[in-house]
Design a protein around this ligand. Structure first.
Ligand code: AMP
Length: 433
């Protein structure tokens, strides 16, 4: 039986927040790391983005720091980029929403005024880039004496980006007696050296790239322009591809409901399909799974989270209507097909802003998944303006995450067009001289 968040010893406030995030069960790294941090160990976590690593250290941290106290930080999370700092801060705010803990994010790229004001109000947890943290420390804005927990997130990337000198300086000024957590996507010799240098008898937890996907599973992707075309393709496949028993995975409840309604009405009929997500009561969920297992219904539509851990094997088709954000889930899902020598098919539908995540999945499974052409019978819809904007925004965010110097193709398009014009004018002027 898989563990629940309650089993991991989290309190009510945190469990409520976790539920609101839609997390039904801990991910592998959470299951391993949370109890260790709670028990007071230094932890070395080897896990990539997409494994749920942020909550793996934030939840026990929130649990330990518990409630607002004094005016100086008691926990510090260092991360390499502004984007990542903002994300971690956001996650801390959301997971800590039923606590009174004060979280402050510190990063460069803008003036320190607001950040200093936030610090002055009193702070329990600081999430920061090493450079900005050091600047504000040297300016006398950060009290370090109460620090109990230090987290280095994406330590390998911090080293790549040349943050080691700042990190060393920070280590010199914070109290020696503290707990340390170090997370890194890779475990290279220099990460090992760093962990030896600053962790005390750490326990290592590693989320290894899981077993390569079962070879009897035929994987393929379809690249599509928008949500409605995904729906059209799904309808087409159900009518033409001989699908007997299928699970369709969707990222959100909203999408799952839409997919379910469409298939129920237009394609398979109410008798043959169930939808599974966190809004459905526990009993309904269990019944749906039982009906699917017994073969009474042939199609199950499920959200990522509701589907985690359900053990239904022997399906003919797994369809990832969206690319999963917990990359490990991809491997688990396609593992549901193709068991016991039966052939299985796993299709993934990809929109342009999902390419980023799918590339990470391909790296994880060390396979390039072939692309199928869109069948001629599938109507290609126009992309609505709003949907396109959302996708472009998401792509911008991804680029910024990988490259903090990236200015943004979306928000700053206008501005850049102006500078381009100015540059062109300047060039012209020079040419004339
Ligand atoms: P991370 O690896 O920390 O970047 O997390 C990747 C994504 O997984 C984020 O969007 C989280 O909100 C989400 N996530 C974290 N923990 C869980 C969980 N237990 N169940 C479902 N999603 C999760």
């Amino acid at each position: 039986m898989d563990k629940t968040f309650k089993d991991l010893g989290l309190n009510k406030q945190l469990i409520m927040a976790v539920e609101e995030q839609g997390y039904t069960e801990p991910t592998a790294i959470q299951e391993k790391a949370i109890p260790l941090v709670m028990a007071g160990h230094d932890v070395l976590g080897i896990a990539q983005t997409g494994t749920g690593k942020t909550a793996a250290y934030l939840l026990p941290l929130l649990m330990k720091i518990k409630y607002a106290q004094g005016s100086h930080m008691r926990a510090l999370v260092l991360a390499p980029t502004r984007e990542l700092v903002m994300q971690i801060h956001q996650a801390a705010v959301e997971l800590g929403k039923y606590t009174d803990l004060r979280m402050v994010a510190l990063y460069g790229g803008l003036g320190p005024k607001t950040q200093i004001e936030n610090l002055k109000k009193g702070v329990d947890i600081i999430v920061a880039t090493p450079g900005r943290f050091m600047d504000l420390y040297l300016a006398g804005e950060i009290g370090v004496k109460s620090l109990q927990y230090l987290v280095l997130d994406e330590a390998d990337k911090m080293m790549d980006m040349g943050f080691m000198p700042q990190i060393r300086k920070i280590l010199e000024v914070i109290p020696r007696k503290r707990k340390n957590l170090l997370f890194s996507a890779t475990f290279q010799p220099r990460v090992e050296a760093l962990s030896e240098e600053f962790l005390e008898a750490p326990v290592k937890v590693e989320i290894t790239p899981s077993a390569t996907a079962a070879t009897t599973v035929e994987q393929a992707v379809y690249r599509l322009p928008n949500f409605k075309t995904k729906i059209n393709l799904l309808g087409y496949l159900f009518e033409n591809a001989g699908i007997q028993r299928a699970i369709i995975f969707c990222r959100t409840k909203g999408v799952a409901d839409n997919v379910f309604k469409f298939l129920e009405r237009k394609v398979v009929g109410a008798k043959n399909i169930r939808v599974l997500h966190a809004n459905k009561g526990q009993n309904t969920r269990i019944n749906s799974i039982e009906d699917f297992k017994s073969g009474e219904v042939q199609v199950l539509v499920a959200t990522d989270v509701a589907a985690r851990g359900i053990d239904v094997s022997g399906v003919s088709h797994v369809i990832n209507f969206d690319v999963p954000l917990i990359y490990e889930d991809y491997v688990h899902r396609i593992g549901r097909t193709g068991r016991a020598r039966a052939e299985g098919v796993a299709w993934t539908f990809i929109l342009k802003h999902e390419e980023y995540h799918f590339a990470k999945i391909e790296a994880l499974i060390r396979t390039q998944v072939p692309e199928l052409e869109l069948p001629l019978g599938v109507k290609i819809e126009e992309t609505p303006f709003e949907e396109n904007q959302e996708m472009l925004k998401a792509i911008d965010k991804q680029r910024k995450k990988d490259d903090p110097t990236f200015g943004g193709a979306f928000h700053e398009k206008k501005e850049r067009a102006v500078t381009r014009k100015a540059k062109a004018a300047k060039k012209k002027g020079r040419a004339r001289k």
